[in-house]
Design a protein around this ligand. Structure first.
Ligand SMILES: Nc1ncnc2c1ncn2[C@@H]1O[C@H](COP(=O)(O)OP(=O)(O)OP(=O)(O)O)[C@@H](O)[C@H]1O
Ligand SMILES: [Mg+2]
Length: 440
């Protein structure tokens, strides 16, 4: 049963509406002034509000503006006298649902109320569907079936709808930015996601990039600039590589998070902010705090919820799933069809991937681009990987050849195995470089 709030200072109108709405099966709440109305909106579950425009103290329009600021998803219908129709039209521009003029036609009002509630329900259902669809897309975009990755996607789903600040940590290339994108896509609001790489900007640039500046704030500031905070208002600001923010800017950021407002550099004019911060780092920020490189109070403001993105070596079997995905992507991009041997996949699975998913993606792209045979074998692996996983490669020797021919084949194949590095090949074979040169 929907709950409707009636705010009107005229007792007759309040009571009349109340009777009519209750007889039509609605639950009602009543207030005779804007302030009490606001209190009810903040403390009760209200589905729709009918507000009189002209009321002493907080009038209907002021109350409506507060409802907007509070991001309460409540359709508002205004009651207007002849003198306040223009105000009601202005309110509709701000997003009010409709207005009705006095004397109130109760049947007409009932129709407007039903229509508004129906639209609200449709919007709510749409929103739920969008969130479900995005969650499905998120599961598709974050590839992996390991326990570690299932835990991670579960955490993302639980964290996304809240407004809490999130700190994402994990080694380089593990997918921290992907996690931020996923949180944004299923957070359920149409909100901007603005990204700043804190390591890529000098301290002075970082400050004006984040806060913006007014014309003439410093040498070179020849026009106004809207900072990233303002761009991300009502949305998410992603502060990547947060450990690289210098201490003096950490202090300023802390103040923004505490006071929920910013000032453009050189302006002195506070701008209210409604923002969620997602930060990320591949350094252990807690250790940076212990070393005195990062402010503890700032760390705790950022780290309301922390998400750890595990390294690839801790995600059993995901290497093969990811590698298959990257093969598909890069073969399509390069218009190639390649057969990949099981030995190649198992070699990838045995490697420890210090550069994580980014390194795996780069390796597959390189293999796809360079391959000329149409068949991907462990011979196609880059040297650094072969070396580390000690790939066992074999060659075939046909009997009936001279020892010299066999020796040449072994030397040539070893040079290829060492990716053309002859000194390395000589070392592997345990012969001098000169002997190798003579016979290759
Ligand atoms: N589980 C995954 N499924 C598919 N692609 C992934 C996955 N994890 C990471 N990637 C891809 O790997 C690449 C690196 O990921 P990302 O940039 O998010 O890593 P990062 O942790 O932010 O790295 P860095 O610390 O270097 O900034 C991206 O192209 C990303 O799309
Ligand atoms: Mg990153």
């Amino acid at each position: 049963m929907a709950t409707i709030l009636i705010v009107d200072d005229e007792k007759n109108i309040r009571e009349g509406l109340n009777q009519s709405l209750m007889s039509n099966g609605f639950k009602t709440l009543m207030a005779n002034n804007g302030q009490d109305g606001l209190f009810m909106i903040m403390n009760e579950s209200v589905d729709l509000a009918i507000l009189d425009i002209q009321m002493p103290k907080t009038n209907g329009i002021d109350l409506f503006k507060k409802i907007i600021t509070l991001e309460k998803d409540i359709p508002v219908i205004f009651i207007t006298g002849h003198g306040s129709v223009e105000l009601a039209v202005d309110a509709m521009r701000l997003g009010a649902y409709d207005f009705i003029t006095k004397p109130i036609n109760l049947e007409k009002l009932e129709l407007i109320v039903q229509r508004a509630l129906k639209q609200k329900n449709i919007e709510k259902e749409n929103q739920t569907l969008i969130v479900k669809l995005n969650a499905y897309e998120m599961h598709k975009s974050i590839i992996g079936e390991s326990k570690a990755i299932k835990h991670l996607t579960g955490v993302i789903e639980r964290v996304a709808p809240s407004k809490a600040n999130v700190y994402i940590c994990g080694e380089s290339g593990t997918g921290k930015e992907l996690v931020c994108d996923a949180i944004h896509s299923i957070s359920g609001r149409n909100q901007p996601l603005v990204k700043v790489n804190c390591a890529a900007l000098s301290p002075t640039l970082l400050e004006s990039e984040l806060f913006g500046h007014v014309k003439g704030a410093f040498t070179g500031a020849d026009s106004h600039k809207v900072g990233r905070f303002e761009q991300a208002n009502h949305g998410i600001l992603f502060l990547d590589e947060i450990s690289e923010v210098p201490t003096n800017i950490q202090v300023k950021l802390l103040r923004v998070l505490q006071e929920k407002e910013i000032e453009r550099v050189g302006s002195g004019q506070p701008i209210p902010l409604d923002i969620r911060i997602i930060s990320a780092s591949n350094k252990d920020l807690k250790k940076e705090v212990e070393k005195g490189n990062f402010r503890e109070d700032f760390f705790y403001r950022l780290n309301v919820i922390d998400i750890y993105v595990p390294p690839l070596r801790e995600r059993e079997k995901d290497v093969i799933l990811l590698a298959s995905h990257f093969f598909k992507t890069f073969c399509k991009a390069n218009k190639k069809h390649l057969d990949v041997t099981p030995q190649f996949f198992s070699a990838l699975d045995n490697y420890h991937w210090p550069g994580n998913i980014r390194q795996l993606s780069n390796v597959i792209e390189k293999v796809v681009v360079l391959n000329q045979t149409g068949k991907v074998t462990i011979k196609d692996l880059p040297a650094e990987i072969k070396k580390d996983i000690k790939v066992k490669e074999t060659i075939e020797i046909t009997l009936g050849q001279t020892l010299e021919e066999i020796e040449k084949k072994v030397i040539d194949e070893t040079i290829r195995y060492c990716n053309g590095n002859k000194s390395e090949a000589a070392k592997v074979l345990g012969i001098g470089r000169k002997t190798l040169y003579r016979n290759s």
